[in-house]
Design a protein around this ligand. Sequence first.
Ligand code: UD1
Length: 379
Amino acid sequence: MIIHLIAAARPNFMKIAPLYHALKKQAWADPVIVHTGQHYDINMSESFFRDLELPDPHIHLGIGSGSHAEQTGSVMIAYEKVLLKEMPAMVVVVGDVNSTMACSIAASKISYPSSPDRPSCKPHHANRPIVAHLEAGLRSNDRTMPEEINRLVTDALADLLWTPSPDAVENLLCEGVSRDKINNVGNIMIDSLEMVREKIERADAFTEFGLNTGHYGLITLHRPSNVDSPESLSTLCRMLIRASKKTPFVFPVHPRTRKNLATFGLFDTLLDAEKIILAEPMNYINFMNLVFNCKFVITDSGGVQEETTYLGLPCLTMRPNTERPVTVDQGTNQLCTMENLQGRIEKIVSGDIRPHSVPELWDGHTATRIVDAIHAFNQ
Ligand code: UD1
């Protein structure tokens, strides 16, 4: 059974890795990694393949950057050609990036030319691949977020919806998705983390920055709502510089953020802040080593909200909403505004930490549950 695993951008690589390794052990499965090329810098892409012990992508679409429509359209055009040539039985898309939506659309609308030796898949899908969405059902209910549009479209099209938590199941049921398409498999990001935990613990990224365990904050920011306008980015920089008087920070800067900091004349201001260390985007192992050893995180990333919840580390999310509410209800995550950020940092630095628990099925066995689900579906 040829199964395409679509990987496009940094947060996708951690989601396909455990599934690739689990499928590779099955005699019936032939997992094929398709990289759309949405992220292309070594430290945004290649280093993740190395860290997660993935082979080089079997198929590379080389799409690169562009506006939303350009990126989505280019992926659809390129992937349609691949689909017609390779005729996979299943396409697994992960997360919520533009390529997730683009490949879902291309795969849902394709019609394979008829052939007697079609790879095995259910008869009603015999002329196109089954589309499965891993990390289905997450909703921020904020359609100004490009990722929310990608989630809605992808979930509307997918044949199989693999959710990370019960709230995602509820969202899909409320949208009228049939119960038999949904399978709550848990959080695949935790599989990746557990897969390379020893390497993360052995790494010494934090000491290389001269930082001490439990005595620094980690910053990641890249959402358009935070970094694309000069007003919000300069307010954020002011807040971070003020907060750095209380605790040192390390800030691996995403390419979008770096570009905007430079354009708005803010990069040097941050660089001059004595206790803020600016770094390049990091590979998975070194970045997770910084997470493991920090006191708290300030972020607008989706994945980091989950990783900190799993590890029990305070997470301050610079967003008005989250598609991962379980990290707030059960986990260590707090949604923050420019107004309350300072107070929250002070509380954490003074040791005022909220109780938390790890959500159900965030246990490192999600890939196994998915492999079982694919096998059962195809019987
Ligand atoms: C994308 C995803 C977002 C995800 C994020 C993780 C969408 C809509 N957004 O946002 O959901 O959280 O990735 O990083 O799909 N760039 C580089 N090098 C790279 C990649 C990008 O320099 O390897 C530059 C691009 O030229 C562009 C900017 O960074 O100017 C943004 O890249 P893009 O992929 O469009 O969106 P992200 O902000 O990374």
